[in-house]
Design a binder for this molecule. Structure first.
Ligand SMILES: [Zn+2]
Length: 193
């Protein structure tokens, strides 16, 4: 799996031009059909899209190209899920969050629980990213709850990535920094700058 931008035409252009690199070996990715269609939900409306699949010309592994607006195995967009995490870190309850974002409160509770179980890991991961991207950052100390700290660590890493490489639309940097796995239960993440 490779996180790519949300502009499908631009991604297709880069893929055909051989400008996308294999996340395993840095070889050249080539078009390789499509992955299964998946639903995407935002603002109470659901659409569907079919992610592109690619194949490495060196190691021959296939990689699904996942837009940076989505997360692995989640139907709601990253901006909706991110807004819910931010709201929870700010003290809002899941019922209100769900009402505001037009998502069932049980779904919101599921996201918050999943993030909370790995909050300490995300805090460490994102602090490491922030420091790797910006060596001038002072040491960061825990401030509040682990949950709120982890959410603010994501923000620090995004800010550092934006300073170093420029902005990515929407929550794109969060998808890149977490390899789409912000709400996944396992992680084999490394810092790849
Ligand atoms: Zn490869």
């Amino acid at each position: 799996m490779l996180i790519v931008g949300s502009d499908h035409a631009a991604v297709e252009h880069h893929l055909v031009a051989g400008e996308l690199r294999c996340p395993s070996c840095r070889g050249e990715l080539r078009p390789w059909g499509s992955a299964r269609q998946r639903p995407v939900r935002e603002g109470g409306a659901e659409t569907a899209f079919t992610p592109r699949r690619s194949r490495c010309s060196s190691c021959e592994k296939t990689h699904v190209l996942l837009p940076d607006t989505t997360l692995l195995r989640r139907r709601d967009t990253l901006s909706v899920i991110g807004a819910a995490l931010l709201a929870k870190a700010g003290g809002e309850g899941s019922r209100r969050i769900g009402r505001r974002l037009l998502v069932h409160p049980d779904t919101v509770r599921g996201w918050l629980r999943r993030f909370a179980t790995r909050a300490e890991g995300w805090r460490a991961h994102c602090w490491a990213w922030a420091h790797a991207l910006d060596a001038s950052l002072p040491a960061i100390a825990p401030a509040g709850s682990v949950f709120a700290d982890a959410v603010s660590a994501v923000g620090l890493a995004v800010a550092a990535a934006t300073r170093r490489f420029g902005p990515r639309p929407g929550w794109g940097w969060v998808a890149v920094i977490t390899a789409g796995g912000l709400l996944s239960n396992t992680s084999s993440l490394s810092i790849a700058t």
